[in-house]
Each structure stands twice: as structure tokens, then as C-alpha cells.
Design a protein around this ligand. Structure first.
Ligand SMILES: *Cc1c(COP(=O)(O)O)cnc(C)c1O
Length: 464
């Protein structure tokens, strides 16, 4: 499927490199020792032992000279920092919400909105779960219900908007529990856990209408909404000539508020915010943020961090920036597809997802095939990736049973403006080399499991 307009020149980075950070290659013996030490969990590796780091695109992007200059303009007053007002102004202008509460990162905003809107026994539908989002809903006494379309769970489906909400599933949740038990629906754009898959504008509009008919709020997870806007531009009729900025603004108009991790779209190393239309919710968020993050005009951030994020908002919505960002992801995906490596399709906005079930068909899901695949990519050539499968899915809070997600994936996440095309060539070559000797690789057993978000700290050992 064509996802970028190809009739003109290909994309190229709309920047040049002013400063470099050396990276280190290691021997296979060193990498084996490092992964053993890390309990076969790539989260527990030391970054100095990693060659190409595709663990996440969260907080790992390169800031521009303009953002760095903004760091020097930090107004570190305890309250009423000028940087807060710059941030507020840009959120209002580009996202369209009147009220903004800064938070240290996305989960800070998720915590606030969950605590404010969810009562014990409530049900919160969403287009597939995200780890921290669902956990905060559960900690507030809510139960998450997945209402994404079935295609999202099929890594081979070529549906152009696999992030769409299935309106019939949403209706069933309303019928079953009653609208009073549903404080809001979370709409993710793009849907990280489905492979960075977008939701269409038409679907966002329909969800908003249906929710409002029943008095249910829509809370947008806007973390990757700019990437989603690009897909609307190139895949959804009627938006080809619209700017990404105008598409983003329209997307947000179909929601009552948004949680945001600035560490993704907004090109900063730390930061986030909760944005909202409702004055009452804002007042509560503003008083609660004081307890958990800091004063409502800094929310756990330094003034300089808010300034970098305010400037990042403007850079993120430039069409040539987002075209190059997604162009780079597609470039890696195409290299792998040409070699028949099983990946999630269509190629999403921020990462290539290897399908571990097809990569390691001989490893059953309860022997953590994706976890092992991530470990092997590191052993093979120092490439760090992340498991997004049964380990990330965790356990049902009530029954203690493992969730068995349909998708058992390894995420190769591309930080923005960080790696070159040659780095991506190396990544593709490494994956292909591993694929060629995949039969002999065993599964894993979990030898340590933490209580929350186990994928961050769990430890494993190979089964022989
Ligand atoms: C990263 C992420 C979050 C959480 O944000 P943090 O800044 O990591 O706390 C929420 N939703 C999505 C879609 C994300 O990618």
C-alpha cells in the first residue's frame, strides 16, 4: 500500500547534523556477558553496551538547535514561569484545548485524569490498551475493555486504519454496563501496541458522536497524534492538501481532553501534559497535580523543559519533519519486507514490529518468543529492541492469570532525528542474519517477576 506521495522527490531529513555522540561496538563475548547480566531483558542492559538503540522512541529523540537555545531561556521561577505560558499558548494553538496542566511525562497526566474521572467499578473502553494507561485506570478502580477493530489483532491485515474503534463493540459495552459506569473512552492515536497504527478522522468523529450521545467523555491519548495526522493526510480521502497542523487540530476537536507524553511527538527528553476543555476537571487536575507532580505551572518539569516542549510542538507539526520521520520508519520496514521477514503490516508510525510468533514458530508463547528475539538481536549485533507480547501484557489483576495477547512482537523503535540510513541498513542486515539461523534458538523461563509493569524489570534464563 502506498503511504507516502511518491510522485515527487523522496523524503530526506530536513536538517543537517551539528553535533555527534560516539557509539561503541562490542564483541559477541561482551554482549553475551551483558545480556546474561541483564537477565535476558533488554531494559536492564547498560546503554554503553548498546550499539544501535531502538528500545524506544520515548525521550530519545534529538532536539533541534532552537530547542537547545530554549533550554537556556528557562524561567526557573517556582510559579508563573514564562515557559509555562509559552507551553500553554502552543497547546491551545496546535491542539486546541483551553486548559493545560504540565506533568513530568505522559503517565503523570494519565494518573490525574484516571483519579479524577474513574470511580471503583467503572469501565473504560479504549482502542487497545497501553501499559501505563491501563494500569492507572485499574489503580483507580476501573476496568479496561478493548474496543478496537479485530483487524488490529491480526499482524497480516492490511487495513489502512487498524487503530479504529469498532463502534459495535463500543455500543455493546454501553449496553452491558450502562453509560453511567463509563466515565470516558480512551482514544489512542496512533495505537502503539497495535504497531503504531492510525485511527481515521471519520472514526474519531463517529466515536465522539456516539460517546456524547450517551454523555461519555472522549479522552485522546495524543502522544503520537502528529504521526497519526500524517497517515490521515496520505491515506484518508479529502486530506491530501491539508497541513498536518490543521489535521491535528481537527482530530483534537473530537475529544474532551488529552493526555500527552511530550517524549514522543514533541521531540523532548522529558515532559508531558494533561489538556482539557472542561473547567471543573481542570480545577481538580490543577489541585491534584500539586500533590503528585508540583505546582500547576510546572508539574514536575523545569522551566527549560517546558520551553523545549513548547518549541517541540511547533517543530513536530511541520509536514517535512513528519514526512521524513515516517519515511525513515518505512525505509527500514521495506528492507525487511523485501527479505520476507515477518513484520506487522501496514508499517506503522514509529517502529517496525517483528512478529515473533512467525519468526520463532518453534517457541510457544509461554516461553516468551518475543523476549528471546529481542535478546538475540542484541547478542547478534548490539541492536537493542523491546518485547511487546506476553511479558508486556502482564497478568489479570483479579485472577492473576497471564494475559495471552494475540500479538507477540518485538519493537524496533526509531528515535526521531537520531540515526542515519546506514544505521538502518545495519539493523536490517542483523535481523536477516538472525532469521537465517533461527531454528536452534530456545525459549526462556521467567526467573524474577516484579509486581507492576513487569516487562521493565523481569529476569529470564534460556531453556536449553
Ligand atoms: C509512551 C506512551 C505513553 C506514556 O507516556 P510516558 O511519557 O512514557 O509516561 C502513553 N501512551 C502512549 C501511546 C505512549 O506511547
Amino acid at each position: 500500500m502506498e503511504t507516502t506521495p511518491r510522485k515527487h522527490r523522496s523524503w530526506a531529513e530536513p536538517y543537517k547534523i551539528k553535533m555527534v555522540e560516539p557509539i561503541r561496538t562490542t564483541t559477541k563475548a561482551e554482549r553475551l556477558a551483558a545480556i546474561e547480566e541483564a537477565g535476558y531483558n533488554t531494559f536492564l542492559l547498560r546503554s554503553k553496551d548498546v550499539y544501535i538503540d531502538l528500545l524506544t522512541d520515548s525521550g530519545t529523540s534529538a532536539m533541534s538547535d532552537h530547542q537547545w537555545a530554549g533550554m537556556m531561556m528557562g524561567d526557573e521561577a517556582y510559579s508563573g514561569s514564562e515557559n509555562y505560558f509559552n507551553l500553554e499558548r502552543n497547546v491551545q494553538k496546535y491542539y486546541g484545548y483551553p486548559f493545560v496542566v504540565p506533568t513530568h511525562q505522559g503517565r503523570g497526566a494519565e494518573h490525574l485524569i484516571s483519579r479524577i474521572l474513574i470511580r471503583p467499578g467503572d469501565v473504560v473502553p479504549g482502542n487497545m490498551y497501553f501499559t501505563t494507561t491501563r494500569l492507572h485506570q485499574e489503580l483507580s478502580g476501573g476496568t479496561f475493555v478493548d474496543v478496537i477493530i479485530d483487524e488490529a489483532h491480526d499482524p497480516t491485515s492490511l487495513h489502512p486504519f487498524k487503530g479504529n474503534v469498532d463502534l459495535a463493540k463500543f455500543q455493546r459495552v454501553i449496553d452491558e454496563h450502562g453509560a453511567k459506569k463509563i466515565p470516558y473512552i480512551t482514544v489512542g492515536a496512533t495505537v502503539n501496541m497495535a504497531g503504531g497504527q492510525p485511527i481515521s478522522m471519520a472514526n474519531m468523529r463517529d466515536v465522539y458522536e456516539m460517546a456524547h450521545k450517551h454523555g461519555i467523555r472522549v479522552i485522546l491519548d495524543a502522544t503520537r497524534a502528529v504521526e497519526n495526522a500524517w497517515f490521515i493526510k496520505v491515506r484518508e480521502g479529502g486530506y491530501r492538501d491539508a497541513s498536518v497542523a490543521s489535521i491535528l487540530h481537527e482530530m483534537c476537536s473530537y475529544s474532551d481532553g488529552a493526555t500527552m507524553s511530550g517524549k514522543k511527538d514533541l521531540l523532548v527528553n522529558i515532559g508531558g501534559f494533561l489538556a482539557i476543555r472542561d473547567q471543573d476537571v481542570f480545577d481538580e487536575a490543577r489541585s491534584m497535580v500539586v500533590v503528585y507532580e508540583g505546582m500547576h505551572t510546572y508539574g514536575g518539569l523545569a522551566g527549560r523543559d517546558m520551553e523545549a516542549m513548547a518549541r517541540g510542538i511547533v517543530e513536530a507539526v511541520q509536514d517535512e519533519h513528519i514526512h521524513a520521520r515516517i519515511g525513515q520508519v518505512e525505509y527500514l520496514g521495506e528492507l525487511l519486507r523485501q527479505e520476507n521477514i515477518p513484520i506487522v503490516e501496514p508499517i506503522g508510525g514509529h517502529a517496525i514490529y517483528l512478529d515473533a510468533k512467525r519468526f520463532f514458530p518453534h517457541i510457544p508463547q509461554d516461553q516468551f518468543p518475543a523476549q528471546m528475539l529481542a535478546a538475540q538481536l542484541y547478542i547478534e549485533n548490539g541492536i537493542r529492541s523491546m518485547e511487546r507480547g506476553i511479558v508486556s501484557a502482564g497478568r489479570n489483576a483479579e485472577t492473576g492469570e497471564n494475559y495471552y495477547p494475540k500479538l507477540e512482537l518485538v519493537r524496533l523503535t526509531i528515535p526521531r532525528r537520531v540515526y542515519t540510513q546506514a544505521h538502518l541498513d545495519v539493523v536490517a542486515e542483523t535481523v536477516v542474519d538472525l532469521y537465517e539461523h533461527r531454528e536452534n534458538i530456545p525459549g526462556l523461563q521467567m526467573v524474577y517477576e516484579p509486581k507492576y509493569l513487569r516487562f521493565f524489570q523481569a529476569r529470564f534464563a534460556p531453556l536449553s
